[in-house]
Design a protein around this ligand. Structure first.
Ligand SMILES: [Zn+2]
Length: 488
């Protein structure tokens, strides 16, 4: 890309002259307030930053806005200009879209020299004039560090070159083409296993790929895995667990739109001792997966968009029952998010499971089923369970809870929310503390409460609840502009 460096240098000289004049004034102890004020301008400090820090800042900017971020940066001052011109790594962040101009892309790749490459190729690139650019990028495969490309682009590379440095891969299925047979060329076959390289990926995101295109990228070094819509023939539970057993050290796992319609009771659970974050998005029958995952270190669990479409389909009961047991219990779980995920029959099991989560700090429940179940049965009333201690649950549910977000359709501020806020740091309606066992002592203070208050309560009730927690936010659309931003 042609950056207007001569122009930027001229502009810089003007700035530099102004800077030196002001500097001299400051040394002479000038009392001109406006000059001192200008001396405090952020630019006077920014160009003092070490080049490596500036380079890192610019790198973040290019990752966010593309290489067009650099030209305006170059005209700020000579320090910025020097870093932009002399740091090949910045030019190694290559974004190829259908509107990219081939000659400019070639210039950028040349400026990158032998720097590590971050390569993004839009899946809609069809311009044959860009094909030589893609081929040139593929010839530099041993420099690739991060890649977000369609499979057709990756297949142009040498897999053994890629395996040398690639750490982060986001790979999607091409719009058309026999991509499964490409795997034999790329990875090698059983007849030529020597061609199959050993990858060292740390992060892998796979979208709509067959298992054949996933397995070779996996290793114990992988720490972050995202799988979205596996190929149809691989939609069987053993295939998922075959994948998970190859990445025993992952700390983050996201599964999206993966559906297992056939129950599998023979596959043993997979043990993921380092897993911290687990995110299930629009996964039908999530219990079939969750009951096979042992993640004792888990700190954050999110399940969204998994509601059964009718009463005959299984919900989350089996999951709550299994994870209640000692060998599945995530004792370090501090954040739980359930969004359109819970079915009414499973709510008593949910409450029972919550009684074992002594360290949970954040709970988010957005689900109309929870509000309807609370009206139908005491055993399914999550509000009551959060507002009162119980012998059945060995004291208080979630004694460490500090942040609560509820949006459950059926809900009353006075009946459902105020008792929770009163009991958890407001006016505790409890007998003398010394008569209570430790488990029945008041729970930690609820510091944050968010719920649709306006549609579910009158003004005096809302005013009262706002005084019971440190931050109370109404989640309704009607008053969202009246949020107390200072409190946030
Ligand atoms: Zn409101």
């Amino acid at each position: 890309m042609d950056v207007a460096f001569p122009f930027s240098c001229r502009l810089y000289r003007k700035n530099a002259e102004a800077s030196s004049t002001l500097g001299a004034g400051a040394i002479r102890g000038s009392g001109d307030f406006s000059q001192k004020k200008q001396l405090l301008h952020p630019l006077f400090m920014l160009d003092q930053l070490p080049p490596e820090i500036l380079a890192r800042v610019f790198e973040i900017g290019i990752l966010a806005w593309g290489i067009s971020y650099l030209p305006p940066i170059c005209i700020v001052c000579s320090a910025f200009n020097d870093v932009a011109v002399t740091e090949p790594r910045l030019w190694g962040i290559v974004t190829l879209t259908k509107d990219s101009i081939p000659s400019l892309m070639e210039t950028q790749i040349t400026k990158a020299k032998a720097a590590p490459l971050t390569v993004y190729v839009d899946r809609r690139v069809r311009n044959f004039k860009l094909y030589p650019v893609i081929q040139r990028l593929a010839s530099l495969a041993e420099n690739w560090v991060h890649a977000d490309v369609p499979l057709s682009t990756l297949a142009l590379c040498s897999s053994s070159d890629l395996a040398k440095s690639l750490l982060d891969l986001d790979l999607g299925r091409p719009v058309s083409g026999d991509y499964v047979s490409l795997a034999n060329t790329f990875f090698g076959t059983l007849d030529s296993p020597i061609q199959t390289p050993r990858f060292k990926l740390r992060t892998f995101r796979a979208k709509e790929l067959a298992k054949r295109w996933i397995i070779p990228f996996l290793s114990p070094q992988l720490v972050q895995l995202e799988l979205c819509r596996l190929e149809e023939q691989d939609q069987a539970l053993p295939n998922l667990f075959e994948i998970l057993r190859l990445v025993p050290n992952i700390f983050s796992l996201k599964l999206e739109q993966i559906h297992y319609r056939v129950m599998d009771i023979t596959t043993p659970p997979v043990h993921l001792p380092n897993l911290l974050n687990l995110d299930l998005v629009k996964v039908l029958f999530p219990s079939r997966i969750l009951t096979k995952i042992q993640a004792p270190s888990l700190t954050t669990l999110s399940i969204s968009g998994s509601q059964p479409s009718n009463d005959d389909e299984e919900g989350l009961s089996a999951f709550f029952v299994e994870w209640f047991q000692e060998r599945f219990l995530p004792t370090h779980l501090h954040t739980l998010e359930l969004i359109d995920a819970v079915d009414k029959p499973s709510i008593p099991y949910l409450i029972r499971w919550l009684s074992r989560l002594k360290r949970l700090v954040r709970l988010t429940v957005r689900d109309d089923e929870v509000g309807e179940a609370a009206l139908a049965s005491d055993k399914s009333n999550l509000f009551t369970a959060l507002a009162t201690p119980s012998e059945e649950y060995d004291g208080w549910l979630l004694p460490s809870l500090m942040e609560l977000r509820l949006d459950t359709g059926e809900m009353s501020v006075e009946r459902d929310l105020t008792p929770i806020a009163r009991a958890r740091g407001g006016i505790a309606c409890l007998p003398q503390l010394d008569t209570l066992s430790e488990a029945f002592r008041p729970p930690g203070r609820l510091r944050f409460l968010e719920a649709p208050l306006c549609p579910n309560g009158f003004e005096p009730e809302i005013e009262e609840i706002k005084g019971l927690s440190d931050v109370v936010i109404c989640g309704c659309l009607g008053c969202s502009m009246n949020l107390n931003w200072d409190a946030l």
